[in-house]
Design a protein around this ligand. Structure first.
Ligand code: NAP
Length: 289
């Protein structure tokens, strides 16, 4: 193997430690702990696991975890009323409504109701607009985690050819915006792109967010490229990414699955909550996060 494996688990642990230290300073200054409210509707097993991990990470970071578990038959109006109450609650700095929501609820109608300054998932159109126009906002956790790993690996991303595979609102689109902000030359490819391999072959940075096991083949990767694998695919062989692990023979650096991008998402959620708390309290953003 030639590639350096990027240890997302270790990086995320370091980030969580820095967030914990900054949260303690915030608590001393503001007289209260930063608060993250997580709302879970229904019994989806995977969502319940995510919510539990988020709650544990929040407490471990010295922040207040506020959990609301609602039955699957909760009405959209009742959920929106809860979001309104959390928006108005001064002890709440971040609000996260765990997706997917039951089918009778319009996700967009709920997400758009969250106060953009408490939108720690960064999914509100106001935050998407802030990211697109270069204003301070809250950025979706997974792509921000990818950028932190890339910036840790490269002193500057300026001028690099970056190819993002996938154009979801959660990963692909904000990822492309973040790379553009770092002055990369960005190409986004998707299911209608004519020659995905041709685009990937000229990329210095590849970010794969497709949801297809081993979609990116080793012979697509430019020697020395940095490959960020966002994919989390459950297969009979266990958890696999969107990049063929054999690409590590060609890449300069690559994130493994598991242990690459995955652990970054919750660490960045903690970071976003802390940043939201500082902004709401009128305090300068903590350094080094
Ligand atoms: P998504 O909403 O399903 O989007 C997938 C994207 O891939 C779409 O834009 C789709 O194009 C594109 N695509 C599908 N087939 C393609 C093909 N044959 N060639 C080129 N592009 C193709 O998925 P997502 O939410 O962005 O997530 C992507 C992956 O990341 C999943 O494996 C997910 O589990 C993982 N993920 C991980 C984390 C984490 O914490 N690490 C967080 C979020 C997501 P179209 O738009 O044209 O359909």
């Amino acid at each position: 193997m030639t590639a350096t494996m990027i240890d997302g688990k270790a990086f995320a642990a370091g980030l969580r430690e820095r967030v914990g230290a900054a949260a303690a300073t915030f608590t001393a200054r503001a007289g209260r702990r930063p608060g993250l409210a997580v709302v879970l509707v229904g019994e989806d097993a995977a969502s319940a696991v995510y919510v539990r991990s988020k709650g544990k990470a929040t407490v471990a970071s010295g922040m207040e975890s506020i959990e609301h578990r609602l039955p699957a038959d909760t009405t959209q109006d009742a959920l929106i009323a809860l979001v309104d109450a959390l928006n108005a609650d001064d002890a709440v700095d971040g609000i996260l409504v765990q997706l997917p929501l039951p089918r009778h609820i319009d996700e967009q109608a709920v997400l758009i109701r969250i106060d953009p300054d408490k939108d720690v998932d960064g999914f509100h159109p106001v935050n998407a607009g802030r990211l697109a126009t270069g204003m301070d906002g809250l950025v979706p956790c997974t792509p921000l985690g990818c950028i932190l790993l890339l910036k840790d690996r490269h002193a500057s991303l300026s001028g690099m050819e970056a190819v993002v595979i996938g154009r979801s609102n959660i990963v692909g689109k904000p990822m492309a915006q973040l790379l553009l902000k770092e002055s990369c030359t960005v190409t986004t490819v998707h299911s209608r792109t004519r020659d995905v391999a041709g685009h990937v072959r000229r990329a210095d940075i590849v970010v794969a967010a497709v949801g297809i096991p081993a979609f990116v083949r080793a012979d697509w990767v430019k020697p020395g490229a940095t490959v960020i694998d966002v994919g989390i695919n459950r297969t009979d062989a266990g958890l696999v990414g969107d990049v063929d692990p054999a690409a590590a023979e060609v890449a300069g650096a690559m994130t493994p699955v598991p242990g690459g991008v995955g652990p970054m998402t919750i660490a960045v959620l903690m970071r976003n909550t802390l940043v939201a708390a500082h902004r709401r309290a009128g305090l300068p953003a903590p350094e080094g996060l």
